[in-house]
Design a protein around this ligand. Structure first.
Ligand code: GLC
Length: 534
């Protein structure tokens, strides 16, 4: 990329907010939009560039907002449209872009469209959802499973038919083969772009189409006892269908009616299938989410290097990369990798080539919170016990006061606050130069100030130790070398940089600041990562 041509969503960093858990401004124990507005100065200070909000639309909250009963309003729990407008204005005033969640695969069963659709077999919206007759013996039309457990089909007494729900029974799947559905959903995109949002994160976009013949999904031979039931099948006929190609182009056309809008797709597919979502001529989604770091179980230098290299190799020319380390559906990074591992992972995230997405609270080293069964909220926990997502959705930890400063409610917050919040919170960590927060703050600043790190080129570098991952970024007349020790032992590296044997340590996960680094004899502590300016 030539200098100065990068777009904001290429050079910037995205920060995901789960609105229920960020800041509660009205003491009801649930976060809301005015709460987020109150905390924008914090995000400005932290140094992120864009905020993505998980859903805040009217919803019966069967899946905490991913079951939408009206796409063009705000649920009273979170405020109203005027609060949203204020939030966008305040974010823009701080140079923060605003992204919202767009959930096109399914609505709530309480959406007016579904109420009409289910009322008879011949109403105007009768074909807006996926309805099918039972098998002659009364069974569901095929073997498809819901992500939240059990069959993906629900029998409806009025229509005497089944409807499809790939998620909760209260989340009927829309029929994207119906042009009226397409029109209505593109209209939702226009609505939010007209309201000033800078981009959309599109929920499970790779699921929009299902096999028209409704063929059974084959069993997955790799499924193991204890894994979610849903994963017993290969989703051959319920994901990534051929019809996707044209719909992403249509969505992109809507985004392109506005300047510099971005479409991010939630797509859980391996790289070879993920890249399709960029569109054949980069005219699809600009950022199909790359979740491989989030899914990696083998946290070692060789596997991470392999991931990065296979991604770089498969990206079409002109396609912009991206990396994700945490979100509201997966265990937190500090729980998956421990605090030291999380620091190393953040250094990786913020120095790789591609747009990084951070999950709220990960900048503090927040960990998953064990939720007692009687307080479980997530439908996935109810359908697949032990696989729920409540632990990574607990309230943001602002300070050491009651409820971690998240809420002044006298009752309980919607999910419990983490037990260790008195020491893991924004106020305490801001004051501690060795904290995770101070580290992230410094790293984000370094990334933002250096084109080499935000939009520069990437090159993997041979090092003498297979336990370390070493790579270089270059741009804006500067070169940086990253050396990350993934092992549990001290490592001494000799880095092969032609014509250069010294560099300057700019930042380290271990707060090391001795300045000069000898590239032929570079010592790295256990789980240490360093950024060296060459
Ligand atoms: C996506 C969301 C998840 C939600 C599901 C259904 O995977 O990230 O939270 O439950 O879609 O909308």
């Amino acid at each position: 990329m030539s200098e100065g041509t990068a777009l904001w969503w290429q050079s910037g960093t995205v920060y995901q907010i789960y609105p229920r858990s960020f800041m509660d401004s009205n003491a009801d124990g649930i976060g809301d939009l005015p709460g987020i507005t109150e905390k924008l100065d914090y995000l400005g200070w932290l140094g992120v560039d864009a905020i993505w909000l998980s859903p805040f639309y009217p919803s019966p909250m069967a899946d905490f907002g991913y079951d939408i009963s009206n796409y063009v309003d705000v649920d009273p729990i979170f405020g109203n449209l005027a609060d949203f407008d204020k939030l966008v204005e305040a974010a823009h005033a701080r140079n923060l872009k605003m992204l919202v969640d767009f959930v096109p695969n399914h609505t709530s069963d309480e959406h007016a469209w579904f109420k009409e659709s289910r009322s008879s077999r011949d109403n105007l919206k009768s074909d807006w959802y996926i309805w099918r007759d039972p098998k002659p013996n009364g069974d569901p039309p095929n073997n498809w499973l819901s992500n939240f457990g059990g069959s993906a089909w629900q029998f409806d007494k009025v229509r005497q038919q089944y409807y499809l729900h790939l998620f909760d029974v209260k989340q009927p799947d829309l029929n994207w083969r119906n042009p009226d559905v397409v029109k209505a959903m593109l209209g939702v995109m226009w609505f939010w772009f007209d309201r000033g949002v800078d981009g959309l994160r599109i929920d499970v976009i790779y699921l929009l189409f299902k096999d028209e013949a409704l063929r059974d999904n084959p069993p997955d031979p790799n499924w193991k006892e204890g894994e979610p039931n849903f994963d017993q099948q290969i989703k051959k006929y319920t994901e990534d269908q051929p019809e996707m190609d044209s719909i992403i182009l249509e969505m992109r056309k809507v985004a392109d009616e506005y300047p510099e809008r971005v479409l991010i797709g939630e797509i859980w597919l391996p790289y070879d299938r993920l890249v399709r979502y960029y569109g054949a001529e980069q005219n699809g989604l600009q950022l199909p989410f790359n979740f491989q770091l989030l899914l990696l179980t083998d946290w070692q230098a060789s596997s991470v290097r392999q991931l990065v290299e296979s991604y770089e190799a498969v990206l079409p020319i002109g396609a912009w990369p991206n990396w994700v380390l945490g979100n509201h559906d997966k265990s937190r990074v500090a729980t998956r990798l421990g605090q030291a591992g999380a620091r190393l992972a953040q250094l990786l995230l913020l120095t790789l080539r591609g747009t990084p997405t951070l999950y709220y609270g990960d900048e503090l080293g927040m960990t998953d919170v064990k939720i007692p069964p009687e307080l479980a909220r997530d439908p996935q926990e109810k359908g697949s016990p032990g696989h729920g997502r409540d632990p990574e959705r607990t309230p943001m930890q602002w300070d050491a006061s009651a409820n971690a400063g998240f809420s002044s409610t006298g009752a309980s917050t919607w999910l419990p606050v983490a037990p260790g919040y008195q020491s893991v919170n924004v106020e305490v960590e801001k004051a501690d130069p060795a904290s995770m927060l101070s580290f992230l703050h410094e790293l984000l600043k370094l990334r933002r100030e250096n084109p080499a790190l935000n939009t520069g080129s990437y090159r993997s570098v041979a090092g003498s130790s297979p336990a370390c991952f070493v790579y270089e970024r270059e741009g804006g007349g500067k070169r940086f070398l990253m050396a990350l020790n993934f092992s549990g032992q001290l490592q001494t590296l000799s880095v092969n940089e032609p014509g250069q044997n010294q560099g300057k340590i700019i930042i380290s996960t271990h707060n090391r600041r001795e300045g000069v680094a000898d590239l032929s004899n570079l010592e790295l502590q256990v789980a240490e990562g360093v950024v060296i300016e060459l």
